[in-house]
Design a protein around this ligand. Structure first.
Ligand code: F6R
Length: 365
């Protein structure tokens, strides 16, 4: 039931504060992660993990890419991320002390399951699943399961599944990090930031009207570029995927530092450039990337931390977001990009909930 909403996608975008909270529920105190809540065997399985191999597809793969930044940053454990369809068809090396982490909303994605089954033959320490569907094949075949509490996701374009995957992945990362020397103070700082997420996402949802206004600029465009740096690069990838899927506008995402190495050649007034700019240590570098785009006549749409001092001017549209912790920023910055795609699609009159050529669950190759 869509309730008051015009589409399931919009309803699911607006459910995010609640389902993010549900995904935190029972897994955190005010200042720490409750490792027991991740499963009674969690402590034992997470001890001595020396490497994490993440496998997923599509949006879930983007969640895995964000998690890699967190795992290496907070836990100091090397982490690789690969799309399941590539991993399963190449010879791969899995170290015995590897935690094999599959991320899937449905738990039935054929490539992800095949990758897990194959890796089992090669041997690893344990299989962890981040999944939204209880009783799915992935859940049944994994040693440890962290359920996202997104509830049924009907819109083909994944929204609340992604942000709850990220929430679960961050909680998992903290548990792993504790086995690898993260201080209780550092853990407390991030747990406090996680508790702020529902409220911050609510604040972003309140920008809906302004984002709808902004989306008009994309209606007659055929191409677009999404830029982000660090853990916001996968957010840019996810923003571009959403726009492609539901509005059929060609969208490409680049780490902002790669602009000069090719994509800058594409930039002109017909190529809107979307950028996510939280207030982290890469902000100054990102600002100079924005100058490069502006100098070539590209129109910029910047989602920036309100203290980041990115100034709106001719050709630079700035949407101010609440100040967030750099670690949790990817979760918050995903939301305006979901809304942007949604409104562009509505303006174009596409089938938002059932985009052409796509299925919700990809159970065949
Ligand atoms: C994009 C989307 C897909 C899925 C992908 C994996 O909006 O929904 O890219 O993320 O098919 O699906 P799951 O997570 O069910 O394995």
């Amino acid at each position: 039931d869509k309730g008051e909403y015009r589409h399931f996608m919009l309803k699911e975008i607006h459910e995010q504060p609640r389902v993010i909270k549900a995904t935190m529920e029972g897994r955190l105190t005010d200042t720490s992660v409750l490792e027991q809540a991740l499963g009674t065997s969690a402590g034992k399985l997470l001890e001595n993990v020396r490497h994490v191999q993440i496998i997923a597809c599509g949006t879930s793969f983007h969640a895995g890419m964000v998690a890699r930044y967190w795992i290496e940053d907070l836990a100091g454990v090397p982490c690789s991320v690969e799309v399941a369809s590539e991993f399963r068809y190449r010879k791969h090396v899995i170290q015995p002390d590897t935690l094999f982490l599959c991320i899937s909303q449905s738990g039935e994605t054929a490539d992800t399951l095949a990758a897990l089954r194959q890796a089992k033959k090669a041997g690893f320490r344990a299989a962890l699943a981040i999944c939204n569907v209880p009783g799915s094949s992935l859940v049944r075949e994994s040693d440890l399961v962290i359920m996202t509490q997104a509830g049924p996701e009907i819109g083909v374009a994944s929204t609340k599944a992604f942000t709850t995957q990220l929430t679960a992945l961050l909680i998992f990362t903290l548990a792993l990090a504790r086995h690898n020397g993260l201080s209780t103070e550092a853990e407390a700082e991030i747990v406090e930031a996680i508790h702020l997420l529902p409220g911050q996402v609510d604040q972003v949802l309140a920008l809906d009207g302004e984002i709808a206004e902004m989306s008009r600029a994309f209606m007659d465009k055929h191409h677009s570029l999404f830029l982000g740096r660090g853990s916001q690069f996968p957010v840019a990838l996810e923003g571009a995927l959403k726009l492609k899927e539901i509005s059929y506008i060609h969208a490409e995402a680049y780490p902002a530092g790669e602009l000069k190495h090719g994509p800058l050649a594409l930039v002109d007034s017909e190529m809107p450039v979307v950028t996510v700019a939280p207030n982290n240590d890469l902000l100054e570098k990102l600002k100079s990337n924005l100058e490069e785009v502006r100098a070539r006549g590209g129109e910029l749409f910047v989602f920036a931390d309100k203290v980041a001092d990115v100034k709106a001017q001719d050709g630079i549209h700035v949407m101010q977001l609440p100040s967030v912790h750099p670690i949790t920023a990817p979760i918050v910055y995903t939301v305006p990009l979901q809304l942007l795609s949604y409104h562009v699609a509505v303006l174009k009159g596409t089938d938002v909930d059932q985009p052409r050529n796509l299925a919700k669950s990809v159970t065949v190759e």
